[in-house]
Design a protein around this ligand. Structure first.
Ligand code: HEM
Length: 145
């Protein structure tokens, strides 16, 4: 009987001690929720600088070396990047980007391609120089103070 009473008292003490003891620390604390990254949204100049300008430069450099296979590839990539920009950014300052692309690069790129097929550096240089100059682009981009 005394044995039973002792066991009961011990169990009682453990239960009460558990109720008033220090709170148990959770083994794992949940990681704070990650804020969603904002969508990738480059500006027009970013697209021009990263997609168009390097391909335009590669086109000029490969033709200068008369590496016509590489020049053909660079012209294709350049056309692709301009077409993609026109799809991603169809309007710029209230104007149609596909129309601007065609008006400013349609003929010059055809002339560049013809020069590449003819492997004619003179013709290439004349066609390449007719890309939209800052003066021609000023209609769309005001670079004055
Ligand atoms: C092979 C042809 C082209 C090349 C090499 C070229 C290159 C460039 C470069 C390097 C810039 C950035 C200038 C800067 O950092 O300030 C630029 C800006 C710009 N380009 Fe082109 N571009 C070409 C064709 C075009 C065409 C066809 C259009 C017509 C839609 C166009 C519209 C623009 C506009 C609107 C900007 C200025 C964006 C801004 O400042 O917010 N570009 N281009």
């Amino acid at each position: 009987m005394l044995k039973h009473a002792l066991v009961f008292i011990l169990v009682f003490v453990f239960v009460v001690a558990g109720m008033f003891g220090p709170p148990r620390v959770e083994a794992q604390t949940a990681a704070p929720a990650q804020a969603a990254a904002p969508p990738f949204n480059p500006g027009f100049a970013d697209l021009m600088n990263t997609l168009v300008q390097p391909r335009h430069a590669k086109l000029g450099l490969s033709a200068r070396e008369q590496n016509w296979a590489l020049a053909r590839y660079a012209a294709h990539e350049l056309k692709d990047s301009l077409a993609n920009i026109a799809r991603w950014r169809p309007r710029f300052r209230e104007q149609s980007v596909p129309d601007m692309m065609e008006a400013t690069t349609g003929e010059p790129i055809k002339a560049v391609e013809a020069a590449i097929e003819a492997r004619d550096l003179g013709k290439f240089n004349a066609a390449y120089a007719s890309r939209p100059s800052p003066q021609r682009r000023r209609k769309f981009v005001d670079i004055s103070d």
